[in-house]
Design a protein around this ligand. Structure first.
Ligand code: ATP
Ligand code: MG
Length: 317
């Protein structure tokens, strides 16, 4: 199996995700290098601890940076925390104002709202930034190296949470409206409402793109170990619930079968999970990637891996 299927489509947006440390960045970078042979490609990372720069062996900025030796390949790192901070600065003041006045900080959710410290909100904001970028630029394929599993799945719970907050603010507004009729405060609450609606629109926009199977594909990267397989199941189920297309799984770091003793033993135990992945996550295409003796860094190694990822008819690469 290989990632070849990605090429036969109208895909514009390919995300790479999975458990921490399984090789997401490396696989995304190698795929970008391969796709850049035929397309103009921009690869983003939304990981709060980005390592695309390490992978390409060069500095990457927060604007598209050309990758040396690859005329059609650009990379940029999105600082999710910075994006969220800007958003808070733009809209957050009114909410703080309102909540500081009253005794409304009773429950945990309100506290979260107060801090705007919502798990997954930074990822949503980064993806929004990606979408805004897509609307205003002319790359043919956009790749995203995402943060580890949990983050992406938290996207799921956001719309519901935002609805609850909107209701909460509506109650608050109604209360002031009937009891105090305090005009200035009323206005602030309206601004806060608008802020929540804006967040909700953002989440919806991100979801709409993610759920467009003609344009978007989520490639899951994993390794042949128990915890990783179970986390892969969680991720795939989450993606299915969110209606995000995910037909490719990369099983990274497998040992070559022909190596002696230690390697052979490792390979034998990995084989169980490789088979489990093939059975359980059918009919997805499964691409195995051999654990290399050294790290996969720099264009040359990425190029070799990229070619292998897209080579058909081998059991493993
Ligand atoms: N098949 C492989 N053989 C050898 N080394 C590999 C292989 N795949 C990845 N690596 C190396 O393993 C390290 C971790 O890979 P990578 O940074 O791609 O993982 P990640 O899933 O993005 O991690 P994080 O969750 O921290 O973002 C890197 O140094 C990379 O070069
Ligand atoms: Mg990474």
């Amino acid at each position: 199996m290989s990632l070849n299927g990605l090429l036969d489509t109208s895909l514009q947006f390919i995300l790479f995700g999975g458990k921490g440390g399984v090789g997401k960045t490396t696989m995304a970078a190698a795929t970008a290098v391969e796709l850049a042979k035929t397309h103009k490609v921009l690869i983003f990372t939304t990981d709060p601890a980005p390592s695309l720069g390490d992978s390409f062996g060069q500095a990457i900025g927060s604007d598209p940076t050309t990758i040396a030796g690859m005329p059609n390949l650009y990379a940029m790192e999105i600082d999710a925390r910075k994006v969220l901070k800007e958003f808070k600065e733009e809209y957050g003041g009114e909410i703080l104002d309102i909540l500081q006045q009253g005794t409304y900080l009773a429950d945990e959710e309100t506290e979260e709202l107060f801090q705007l410290d919502v798990p997954g909100l930074d990822e949503v904001m980064s993806l929004k930034k990606v979408i805004d970028f897509m609307q205003n630029s002319d790359y043919q394929i956009y790749l995203v190296d995402t943060a580890p599993t949990g983050h992406t799945l938290r996207l799921l719970t956001l719309p519901e949470l935002l609805d609850q907050w909107i209701k909460f603010l509506a109650t608050l507004r109604w209360k002031y409206h009937t009891v105090v009729r305090h005009f200035a405060r009323e206005e602030r609450i309206e601004k806060a409402d608008e802020f929540l609606l804006e967040m909700k629109r953002t989440v919806k926009k991100v979801q709409a793109l993610l759920q467009n199977a003609e344009k978007t594909e989520f490639v899951v990267v994993t390794i042949a170990e128990k915890m990783a397989v179970s986390e892969t199941g969680d991720l795939l189920r989450g993606l299915e619930r969110m209606h995000i297309s995910s037909r490719h799984i990369i099983v990274n770091n497998v040992f070559p079968r022909e190596e002696a003793d230690f390697a052979r033993q490792r390979r034998a135990f990995q084989e169980r999970y490789v088979q489990a992945i093939k059975q359980e996550f059918r009919p997805r295409s499964i691409t195995e990637v051999i654990l290399q003796p050294t790290e996969i860094q720099g264009i040359d190694k990425l190029q070799t891996l990229g070619m292998q990822l897209f080579t058909e008819s081998k059991e493993e690469v």
